[in-house]
Design a protein around this ligand. Structure first.
Ligand code: DGL
Length: 265
């Protein structure tokens, strides 16, 4: 039997945002080989229908499985909340997903009011509703659709005036309410933490799921005996179906050997 351990972990996202998850996993599991798929041509997923998101998730999964990925990280809240159940039913490999961290936020809040910034597709999904029903129902949830943020991030306009104005229109109202925790429910948004911090100061705790997903990935790999423990210069391939400039910019400060390829998929 082929040694599955050395096969890569596959990642996909509607674009470059899932690299925030890739970085957390790469920090925890630096010996793992990885393949990352940035479906930027189809971003944003958050405004698409459930069926459309499922079809794109299947397309991405098949690309990764054709490259022998031993497990798949759905590094996108929108794809996880709309498609992971179907992916798990359809394919044999373990899937790791990401959804807005409202459970940790519910445990942390002192004011019983949390903000959740996510896409329309995530906030309207059945899985998000299901998870929301599991937390203390006395907690007030201020849900905000971050329309337009993913597009600006994909264009590399992270620190633009346009970004500041749009972000402020979503975030500043929260500072006037009793919100003390803000959940970042989209893997693109951790790249906005410095800008959000400027708007909310230290009054609001910002919660993202990167570290939790990395720990969960380790647990799943251990459970399936799939950990790659040999240090032989792990390889990291990134594929994008759009221009690679912004993707390269986000991952360029890594001292890991990375290849970025433009490819239509
Ligand atoms: N990174 C995706 C997420 O976590 C972005 C969604 C989108 O493309 O709209 O939801």
């Amino acid at each position: 039997m082929a040694q599955l351990n050395k096969f890569p972990i596959g990642f996909f996202d509607s674009g470059i945002g899932g690299t925030s998850i890739w970085s957390a996993i790469n920090s925890l599991l630096p010996l793992e080989n990885t393949i990352y798929l940035s479906d930027s041509k189809n971003a944003p997923y958050g405004e698409k229908s459930k069926q459309n998101i499922v079809d794109l998730a299947i397309k991405n999964t098949e690309f990764l499985l054709a490259q022998n990925c031993k497990t798949i990280v759905v590094a996108c809240n929108t794809a996880t909340t709309n498609a992971i159940k179907i992916l798990r039913e359809k394919y044999d490999v373990p899937f790791i997903g990401i959804e807005p961290a409202i459970k940790p936020a519910a445990l942390k809040t002192q004011s019983n009011t949390i903000g959740i910034l996510a896409t329309k597709g995530t906030l309207n999904s059945d899985l998000f509703e299901k998870t929301s029903n599991t937390i203390n129902q006395e907690i007030i949830r201020k849900e905000i659709i971050g329309k337009g943020l993913v597009e600006l991030i994909e264009e590399g306009k992270l620190y633009s005036e346009e970004m500041t104005t749009l972000l402020s229109s979503y975030i500043t109202p929260l500072t006037k309410e009793d919100v003390d925790c803000l959940v970042l429910g989209c893997t693109h948004y951790p790249y906005l933490i410095p800008q959000i911090r400027k708007l909310v100061g230290n009054k609001i705790q910002i919660i993202d799921s990167g570290e939790a997903v990395a720990k969960q990935t380790k647990t799943i790999l251990e459970k399936h005996d799939l950990i790659h423990a040999v240090n032989n210069n792990s390889s990291h391939q990134f594929y994008t179906n759009k221009d690679k400039t912004v993707l390269e910019m986000l991952i360029s400060n890594k001292d890991t050997k990375i290849t970025v390829l433009e490819k239509d998929f």
